[in-house]
Write a protein that binds this ligand. Structure first.
Ligand SMILES: NC(=O)c1ccc[n+]([C@@H]2O[C@H](COP(=O)([O-])OP(=O)(O)OC[C@H]3O[C@@H](n4cnc5c(N)ncnc54)[C@H](O)[C@@H]3O)[C@@H](O)[C@H]2O)c1
Ligand SMILES: [Zn+2]
Ligand SMILES: [Zn+2]
Length: 361
C-alpha cells in the first residue's frame, strides 16, 4: 500500500510502498477513506516532539473496516469507523476511573518481540500514535476506532478523529463550559474552530476568537465566535480583559506556544480556567505570576478533549447531521496523498482551517 513516511526530521514526507500485517485477535484492518492533516504531525516533522523513525504519520481519519481479528466484538467488516489515537485498555486505573483518554496501557500495541503492524522490505516501519493514517490501510487495536452511522460522509467524519474531538471535548469535557459563561479561544485552526463551535453548542455567552491571521475572522464568526481579536496588531490579553470586564471564565490555547499559553492564563478572570491544548515544544516552560492563583485561577492541560470517544464520536456525528457542528466549512481543501507536504506548507501560513486527504483521489 502507499503511505507517507517520515524518514528524517525536517524533511518532507515521502510517498512509499509499505506492507501491513494481518489483524491479530483484537485488531481491525481499515481501508482509509479520508485523513485530516493536523498540526501535531507537523510538530513531529519539525522535531519539536521525538518519534522513532521511519514512521508513517497521520492520526485523524475515517474508513471502512475490511477485516477483524477473532476476538473483536465492537466492529465488523463493512462498518464505517472513525479512528482515535486514544487507544484504551479498558481496565487500568484511568480507564476504570472513566478517563480513557489518559490510558497508557501498552497492551493496545503489539509486543516488542511480535511482528510489527507495518513493515517495509522486511524491516520495521513505526506506527504513529497507534494509527498511521497517511496510508491506504490502517491496522489498529479494536479500542482505537468506533463504528458510526452509515449516512455520515467520511471526509467530514475524519476530522472528528482528532481536531474536532479535541476542540469540542476541551469545552464540553475538560473545562465543562456552562450556558452563558464566557470563553476565549487562542488559535483558529482546525482545533480552535472546533472549540469555538463546541462553545456555541453548549450555549456559552461571549465567545472571543483570537488569531494572528486576520483571514480567520470570518471563519471564526461563522463557527460561533461573537468577537474576533487579531493578535498581530492588538494585545489579546488586554482586549479580552476589557471586553469581559475582568477576564473570561474559560480560555483555550490551540496554538502550541509558550507565549500563547501564558496569554491564555492571563486572560481568565477570578475562578477561571485556562486550558492548554497546543503542543508546546519539549524543553520549554510556561511561566505565570504566582499571586494570580489566589483568585482560584486554574491552568490545566487538555489531551484529545478528555474524550470518551466510543460514546463521544457518534454524538459528534449526530451534531453534524443535525446541523450543529459545521464540519463542511472546516474542510478548506481536499487533496491526494501525494500532496500531503503542500498541506503542511498551507498550514504554516495559518490561513486555512483543515486539509483533508482523500484516498480515492
Ligand atoms: N492536546 C491535544 O490533544 C491536541 C490534539 C490536536 C492538536 N493539538 C495541538 O493543537 C494545536 C493546534 O492544532 P491545529 O491543527 O488547529 O493547528 P493549525 O495550524 O491548524 O492552527 C493554528 C492556528 O494558530 C494561529 N496562530 C499562530 N500563532 C498564533 C499566535 N501567536 N496567536 C494567536 N494565534 C496564532 C495560526 O494562525 C492558526 O490559525 C497544535 O499545537 C496541535 O499540535 C493538540
Ligand atoms: Zn491531531
Ligand atoms: Zn487503560
Amino acid at each position: 500500500m502507499k503511505a507517507a513516511v517520515l524518514r528524517e526530521v525536517g524533511k518532507p514526507l515521502a510517498i512509499e510502498e509499505v506492507s501491513i500485517s494481518n489483524p491479530g485477535p483484537r485488531e481491525v484492518l481499515i481501508r482509509t477513506v479520508a485523513a485530516g492533516v493536523c498540526h501535531s504531525d507537523l510538530h513531529f516533522i519539525e522535531g519539536a516532539y521525538p518519534h522513532p523513525l521511519p514512521a508513517v504519520l497521520g492520526h485523524e481519519s475515517a474508513g471502512i473496516v475490511e477485516k477483524v481479528g477473532a476476538d473483536v466484538r465492537t466492529v465488523k467488516p463493512g462498518d464505517a469507523v472513525i479512528t482515535c489515537l486514544s487507544a484504551f485498555c479498558g481496565h487500568c486505573r484511568h480507564c476504570v476511573g472513566g478517563r480513557i483518554s489518559l490510558c497508557d496501557g501498552e497492551e493496545t500495541r503489539r509486543k516488542a518481540d511480535a511482528p510489527p503492524r507495518l513493515t517495509q522490505d522486511g524491516g520495521a516501519m513505526h506506527q504513529f500514535l497507534n494509527l498511521s493514517s497517511f496510508a491506504e490501510m490502517m491496522l489498529v487495536h479494536e479500542n482505537a476506532c468506533v463504528a458510526i452511522r452509515p449516512d455520515m460522509p467520511l471526509d467530514r467524519a475524519a476530522l472528528i478523529g482528532c481536531g474536532v474531538m479535541t476542540g469540542v471535548g476541551s469545552v464540553m469535557r475538560t473545562s465543562n463550559v456552562r450556558p452563558g459563561e464566557t470563553v476565549a479561544v487562542i488559535g483558529c485552526g482546525g482545533v480552535g474552530l472546533a472549540a469555538i463551535n463546541g462553545a456555541a453548542i453548549v450555549g456559552a455567552g461571549r465567545i472571543i476568537a483570537i488569531d494572528m491571521s486576520p483571514a480567520k475572522e470570518g471563519l471564526a464568526k461563522h463557527f460561533g465566535a461573537t468577537d474576533f481579536i487579531c493578535a498581530a496588531n492588538t494585545d489579546p490579553v488586554l482586549a479580552v480583559q476589557e471586553l469581559t470586564k475582568g477576564g473570561v471564565d474559560h480560555s483555550f490555547e490551540a496554538v502550541g506556544l509558550k507565549k500563547t499559553a501564558e496569554q491564555a492564563f492571563m486572560m481568565i478572570g477570578r475562578g477561571g480556567v485556562a486550558n492548554i491544548i497546543g503542543m508546546i515544544p519539549i524543553g520549554q516552560t510556561v511561566e505565570v505570576p504566582g499571586f494570580m492563583f489566589l483568585g482560584e485561577r486554574r491552568l490545566q492541560g487538555s489531551l484529545m478533549g478528555s474524550n470518551r470517544f466510543p460514546i463521544d464520536m457518534p454524538r459528534l456525528v449526530d451534531f453534524y447531521l443535525a446541523g450543529k457542528l459545521k464540519l463542511d466549512d472546516l474542510i478548506s481543501r481536499r487533496i491526494g496523498l501525494a500532496q500531503v507536504n503542500e498541506a503542511f506548507t498551507e498550514m504554516k501560513r495559518g490561513e486555512i482551517a483543515r486539509s483533508v486527504i482523500m484516498f480515492d483521489a
